[in-house]
Design a protein around this ligand. Structure first.
Ligand SMILES: [Fe+2]
Length: 292
């Protein structure tokens, strides 16, 4: 918690600065390669009021918030909708432009709008990165009202970056070796991933994650908005199994949706980049400690 408190304080300052540098951030995100983002970059912060000069929260007159870290006295920025890393028709025919316009432009946008409305009422949660906000509002399994919207923003940011035009097929090199090590073969992995997706009851997500302690890849299912970063897992790939993700294109044929995702949409490039990033924190091989 101390670590989080420290991170929250520094995040407050950095978020304030990112408001000032909004145009720079927009350009930077637009230019970045989505396929190598280890986690979804936090949704844009947009000024609460473009017509007024921005105010940096006064860090000298702060109160404590729920994790004990300082809080700002005034909200000066909100989260904004992040653009998918491809044209809206680029995933056709496997995911239609109509589906993405509705899914991203309405559902994802609504999660952000609702989150901003919640944060506007009480700035106690202002100043966190999106990752931190998801973890703090999960509140050790007793979610705060803001959790659902914050997690769904995170999940959807990650989902758009988990797909690419011309995706699918089989991962390569290190990622494939790790999958074969942890699941026996790529075929076994795919069967288990598909089975998990089809067995999920109700709305939710299926994920390929890296378990930090076990130092292995695993498939996990989560209900509704739950995001595995709350358990400190490192997500590698996710698949949205809320009905709004596939109903327009596949009606009730969830199996076809999952298979088309695996065959044509999943970005193994993104997954490989995320796994490479994760290996900075998790040693997947034998420890290589120099002998003195
Ligand atoms: Fe969704």
């Amino acid at each position: 918690m101390n670590k989080l408190r420290t991170a929250g304080s520094s995040a407050l300052l950095s978020l304030s600065l990112s408001v000032v540098n909004l145009e720079f951030e927009r350009k930077k995100v637009a230019m970045s390669s989505c396929y190598f983002n280890p986690t979804p970059t936090s949704s844009y912060l947009i000024p609460a009021d473009f017509s007024r000069k921005l105010k940096i929260p006064n860090l000298l007159h702060r109160k404590k918030r729920c994790d004990g870290s300082p809080k700002s006295s005034k909200i000066t920025a909100f989260y904004g909708l992040k653009t998918p890393p491809f044209e809206l028709d680029a995933l056709e025919p496997y995911m239609s432009k109509r589906t993405i316009e509705m899914h991203w432009g309405e559902h994802h946008q609504n999660f952000i709008g609702s989150l901003n409305e919640q944060l506007k009422k009480d700035d106690i949660l202002y100043g966190y990165t999106l990752n931190e906000l998801v973890k703090v509002t999960y509140n050790n399994g007793n979610p705060l009202p803001e959790f659902k919207n914050a997690a769904e923003v995170w999940n959807h940011d990650f989902f758009w970056e988990s797909m690419q035009p011309g995706g699918g097929n089989i991962p390569e090199l290190g990622l494939l070796q790790q999958i074969e090590k942890d699941f026996g073969s790529y075929t076994n992995f795919r069967e288990k991933f598909t089975e998990a997706a089809l067995m999920l009851f109700g709305s939710g997500w299926v994920w390929l994650v890296l378990k930090r302690e076990e130092r292995r890849l695993e498939i996990v299912k989560t209900s509704n908005a739950i995001c595995p970063i709350v358990w400190d897992d490192i997500p590698i790939i996710n698949l949205d199994l809320w009905e709004h993700a596939y109903y327009l294109d596949y009606r009730n044929d969830k199996a076809k949706y999952v298979n088309e995702f695996m065959d044509h949409l999943v970005s193994w490039n993104a997954a490989a980049g995320r796994l490479a990033w994760a290996q900075a924190f998790v040693n997947l091989g034998e420890p290589n400690i120099p002998v003195k």
